[in-house]
Write a protein that binds this ligand. Structure first.
Ligand code: BEZ
Length: 359
């Protein structure tokens, strides 16, 4: 229980004349974000070097949050909007964050030589232990988007004891079937690689809307100096094999999982797959608040967020959606988190482990 007691030490700082506490808090937050540039490291693995950036300082008895980005992005373009969202700060300040860049996706990465054998998604998952060993971290809470969600799931299947929880955004756990391959080949005849990747990252409605955000990402991907590398990651994603999750079998995620999916309802046109890629100031389009709040429930269910940190809304919803075990703060792996989505087919862990969020 000791580790669950959050001790809040409030530093008394005099306000500047005319400064409200809210303004002072915002200025402090901006300064903290500006100062925390992260530390980038690279380690050797059996499949080549891997680069990752660490923010925050390790917290005793707490897992690291480890992120893995989607195809066409790197850790910054994928996770910066979410992790620098104001409401996320009270969550992430309690954790060290390790943001992995898939090989060749880190800023300034040279283009791989012709004929370079890019790792499969399974091999990308096998690189993760080298990172944890280097940092001397034993357990993680994984946050992955698309291909990155697949990589973290594969890692969790092979190293279940080291994964305390997973947040999987837009995961597709299945290998491409022959119909998908035929469609993919046909699309490839008429579309460029950047357009195919944009079709993976965004919905058709969003792409045809061609908002500033879509233009921004189209520009980033089309003009990426490492486009050849991006194509290799894309090929590995398309060649993924089935994760073969099966409820009740050995091949399932043993940890609590928060699945995040886009909702097709017309009034819910900000699909969650974009949540981690959009500018949080564009709140009419994005709903990082919803994802942040869901993440808070999730961590609280695992015993890592004091209920004093929850909003009044979160607290009342949590009370109706979680079991007593999670409310009293005990870290338990067998409680129910919630069931809340009408969304499409998703990989399922055993009942009681999975939380679905539709944004
Ligand atoms: C973080 O604080 O974890 C973070 C900062 C910048 C980009 C992505 C993540």
């Amino acid at each position: 229980m000791a580790e669950l007691q959050e001790v809040q030490i409030t530093e008394e700082k005099p306000l500047l004349p005319g400064q409200t506490p809210e303004v002072a808090k915002e200025a402090e937050l901006a300064a903290r974000i500006l100062l925390d540039q992260g530390q980038t490291h690279s380690v050797e693995t059996p499949y080549g070097p891997i680069t990752f950036t660490v923010y925050g300082t390790p917290k005793p008895k707490r897992p690291a949050i480890l992120t893995y980005h989607d195809v066409g992005l790197n850790y910054k373009s994928c996770f910066q909007p979410l992790f620098q969202f104001a409401d996320m700060q009270e969550i992430i300040q309690n954790f060290v964050r390790v943001h992995v860049d898939a090989p060749g996706m880190e800023e300034g990465a040279p283009v791989f030589p012709l004929g370079y054998q890019y790792p499969s998604l399974d091999q990308l998952a096998d690189m993760i232990p080298c990172i944890l060993q280097y940092l001397n971290f034993f357990t993680i809470i994984g946050v992955g988007v698309g291909a990155g969600a697949y990589v973290l799931s594969r890692y969790a299947l092979t190293h279940p004891d080291t994964v305390e929880g997973l947040v999987l955004i837009n995961i597709d756990p299945n290998a491409k079937g022959w119909m998908d391959w035929a469609a993919h080949k046909l699309t490839g005849l008429t579309s460029s690689i950047p357009e195919m990747i944009l079709g993976h990252l965004f919905s058709q409605e969003e792409l045809s809307g061609n908002s500033e955000l879509i233009q921004k990402y189209r520009n980033i991907i089309t003009h990426a100096p490492n486009l050849e590398n991006i194509e290799l990651y894309w090929n590995s994603y398309n060649n993924r094999r089935d994760l073969n999750f099966e409820r009740g079998s050995d091949i399932t995620l043993k940890c609590p999982v928060m699945l995040v999916v886009g909702d097709q309802a017309p009034h819910e046109d900000a699909v969650v797959e974009c949540n981690s890629k959009l500018d949080p100031t564009q709140t009419s389009f994005l709903k990082p608040g919803k994802l942040t709040e869901a993440f808070k429930y999730f961590l609280q269910g695992m015993g890592y967020m004091a209920s004093s940190c929850m909003t009044r809304l979160s607290r009342s919803r949590t009370a109706s959606l979680t079991s007593a075990a999670s409310l009293d703060g005990n870290r338990s792996r067998s409680r129910t988190l919630s069931q809340s989505s009408e969304s499409g087919p998703l990989p399922s862990g055993p009942p009681g482990h999975t939380m679905e969020v539709s944004c």
